[in-house]
Design a protein around this ligand. Structure first.
Ligand SMILES: Cc1cc2nc3c(=O)[nH]c(=O)nc-3n(C[C@H](O)[C@H](O)[C@H](O)COP(=O)(O)OP(=O)(O)OC[C@H]3O[C@@H](n4cnc5c(N)ncnc54)[C@H](O)[C@@H]3O)c2cc1C
Length: 302
């Protein structure tokens, strides 16, 4: 058994993101169990260093310079699932697809609509991930965290104040795991629905290319992809970053895309929408490690 977390300096974060983009972190830790995770987290808090937690890295755009601080990658720890009747406990490092498959296998229903969302449970809770009128917080009862001082805490669903693609009460905390209660039972329907949804997602999303899913949140005027498409931005390319022709709310990496190219496309879409149509699109993806100047005018840094 490994007694210490895996530790790297200067390892490219592109290895941990679905965009396959991102420069190195000063320090990167991959803990193998909760004790290692807790020790590492407390040490980083005491040092005052910047901290980035990565689950599946499927909602992150990390700068080409990387992250000036410590990164904890959750993929090897908090990986247990247990259940009793309709109640489930799941670690934050468990892949969402593994958790969903487990719930379906146990004859419970509700979560199958989230089938196909990449990443781990911790990321899904932070983002309040959702699809097809369903979201991860719908079935949740509580979340177990390490708080800003490194203390274990159990937060009720109400304390977290989940909203559309956000979970304010989890901000600044490290998620260890969560508890769910699936009151609906159905032995057949959910598995069938999960297959249908996977097929639907494959037909709508540019899954052959690295991406981080939807770039922008849904706008009150309609899905961001439809708005971007309507204004003729599909297929627009900067370097190896391209607005997908299959789904206009996806930016894809054609091979060697740099973060600054993706950011330039994001700003181009936002400016066009604002200047010409007075529509403000809010980002769903998290931007990490960019300077204020890059964020304001990425084209200058291409
Ligand atoms: C092809 C594709 C399709 C997608 N479709 C959807 C969709 O239909 N619906 C949807 O909502 N999203 C979708 N996404 C976006 C993404 O998959 C989700 O937001 C996902 O839930 C993020 O999980 P993650 O583990 O990858 O999080 P990461 O990208 O690793 O992190 C996201 C945020 O969570 C934080 N975080 C991660 N783990 C922890 C933890 N243990 N403790 C504290 N903070 C943590 C990170 O610091 C970061 O702020 C899609 C992405 C792709 C690539």
């Amino acid at each position: 058994m490994k007694t210490e977390p895996e530790f790297h300096t200067n390892i490219p974060l592109s290895e941990f993101t679905t965009y396959r983009i991102g420069g190195p972190a000063d320090k990167l830790y991959i803990p193998y169990n909760v004790e290692q995770l807790e020790r590492t987290y407390k040490r980083i808090l005491d040092s005052g260093e910047e901290l980035l937690i990565i689950g599946g890295g499927s909602n992150l755009l990390i700068s080409d310079r990387g992250f000036p601080g410590s990164v904890i990658v959750m993929r090897e720890c908090c990986s247990r699932i247990s259940s009793y009747g309709s109640k489930f406990k799941c670690g934050s490092g468990v892949k969402l697809e593994t958790f969903i498959a487990n719930v379906i296998r146990n004859g419970c229903a509700g979560i199958e609509r989230l089938t196909g969302i990449p990443g781990a449970l911790g990321g899904a809770l932070t983002m309040n991930a959702g699809a097809y009128n369903s979201k991860i917080s719908d079935f949740l009862t509580s979340v177990n965290v390490l708080d800003e001082w490194g203390n274990r805490k159990n937060l009720s669903k109400n304390e977290i104040r989940f909203a559309y693609r956000s979970a304010p009460g989890l901000h600044g905390k490290l998620i260890l795991g969560a508890e769910f209660d699936f009151s609906q039972r159905d032995r057949v329907g959910p598995a069938k629905m999960a297959c249908e949804i996977l097929q639907l997602r494959r037909s709508k999303h540019p899954w052959q290319y690295p991406s981080a899913g939807s770039v922008f949140k849904r706008h009150p005027y309609g899905p961001a992809g439809k708005l971007i498409d309507r204004f003729g931005l599909k297929g627009k390319r900067i370097g190896d970053a391209k607005i997908s022709t299959k789904h206009a709310n996806f930016i894809i990496n054609l091979g060697k895309a740099r973060a600054i190219e993706v950011l330039a496309l994001i700003r181009l879409i936002q400016r066009r929408m604002e200047d010409e149509y007075d529509i403000e699109l809010d980002l769903e993806q998290k931007l990490v490690g960019f300077t204020e100047a890059e964020l304001a005018d990425p084209e200058k840094f291409l």
